[in-house]
Design a protein around this ligand. Structure first.
Ligand code: GLY
Length: 373
């Protein structure tokens, strides 16, 4: 059996500190890590119908080898499962398997699995330990770190949830090899976002060598390095503002318009694609207003394309605006938006809703043709 190898360990010093391990063959190390970090006697592995058949067995075996009575709960893959009845089913499963507060939930999968399993852990007996084992690029670089857990409501994405930090994050970059090129590219939306808000050097590195599935096949340590670099950006923001009262809102760059597109498309477009469209639109609006130079939208759109993020918005401004009104970033008649000043530097501005509508209009009308990311 191949040996587990940890390339990087990052400390996330939130109220309840934890570590993020990035490496290879870490599915097989899950039990030993859980034993050391969490203890407990029982474990429920929550996964979905795509990831379960690929990766649940080694994780269950490793938990059993470490002395856990481990069981698996699998739900249908996709954003449509991120809803209240899945959450209740998981909670009932945990209760039927006699999980106590000292036992653990293991979220094995992409962003949907991490969000819903994390929310179940946050609410079960008012909170039990959980481990994030992200298997998608999006979950590795973004959603598994920082403690946001949620389900969607009819009105929009992530509208019910809790901040609940995991006990440890175990990112096995080998799992990325089974992603489709679309799924891989989808995670790159958040990679481009991180570089755009916080790290001009990383942005330039990605311009020279984009993070792609092909790079994964050719140079896995480089991919582990880029994943770690992204998690480091996220880690720093989350440590500075765990509950998103201030600077953490920077992570919402491209998300106000992106979430609106996602909602109008009934979640048929990937989150990363929508974030890419949102970043393109807000940057074009910012350049139109002289907040940033024209090269900012050009470079961001080019980097998204270099990462396989291709798409176009087909929804009218009024429809997007109506969807954005349900956004968590709205505060009464105002909304927080993240505006770019240059690559690596953005600011958070609270603006009236009417002005936000104008920004959407400017961002979309400034696009060339219909290809917007
Ligand atoms: N995905 C944005 C955040 O965790 O704050």
């Amino acid at each position: 059996m191949a040996e587990s190898k940890i390339y990087y360990t990052l400390d996330v010093d939130t109220g309840r500190p934890y570590q993020v391990h990035i490496g290879t063959f870490l599915l097989e190390a899950a039990g030993a890590i859980a034993r050391e970090v969490c203890g407990g006697a029982r474990a429920v592995v929550v996964t979905d119908s795509n990831v379960g058949p690929l990766y649940a067995q080694p994780v269950l075996k490793s938990l059993q080898d470490a002395g856990y009575a481990a069981s698996q709960y699998t739900f249908e893959a996709g954003e449509a499962s991120k809803r209240a009845d899945t959450l209740i089913d998981i909670l009932e499963f945990m209760s039927a398997h006699e999980l106590t507060r000292s036992d653990i939930v293991v979220a094995l999968g992409g962003g949907v699995v991490g969000d819903v399993a994390g929310f179940a852990a946050a609410t079960y007996m008012r909170g039990c330990r959980f481990i994030q084992m992200p298997t998608s690029l999006l979950a590795m670089v973004d959603s598994s770190v920082g403690g946001k857990t949620a389900i969607d409501l009819a009105a929009g994405k992530n509208l019910a949830g809790a901040f609940w930090q995991p006990s440890v994050v175990i990112a096995d970059v080998g799992c990325l090899a089974t992603l489709s090129s679309e799924q891989f590219a989808d995670g790159c939306g958040e990679v481009v976002k991180h570089a755009a808000i916080a790290d001009a050097d990383l942005f330039a590195e990605l311009e020279r060598t984009p993070l792609t599935l092909e790079l994964l096949m050719r140079d896995l340590p480089r991919v582990a390095y880029l994943v770690a670099r992204n998690i480091d950006i996220k880690r720093a923001v989350v440590v500075a503002d765990e509950r998103e009262t201030g600077t953490r809102k920077l992570l919402n760059f491209g998300h106000s318009i992106g979430h609106a597109i996602e909602s109008c498309a009934a979640y048929s477009l990937g989150h990363g694609t929508c974030v890419a469209l949102g970043m393109g639109a807000i940057c074009r609006a910012a350049a139109h207003r002289g907040i940033c130079d024209a090269d900012v939208p050009e470079r961001i759109v080019a980097l998204c394309r270099a990462h396989g993020l291709q798409g176009s918005n087909t929804f009218p401004v009024d429809e997007l605006y109506a969807a954005a009104l349900h956004d968590k970033k709205r505060a009464g008649d105002e909304i927080d938006v993240v505006l770019p000043h240059r690559i690596g530097a953005c600011s958070i501005e609270r603006i009236p809703l009417a002005e936000f509508r104008s920004l959407i209009e400017e961002g979309l009308s400034e696009s060339e043709g219909d290809a917007q990311c």
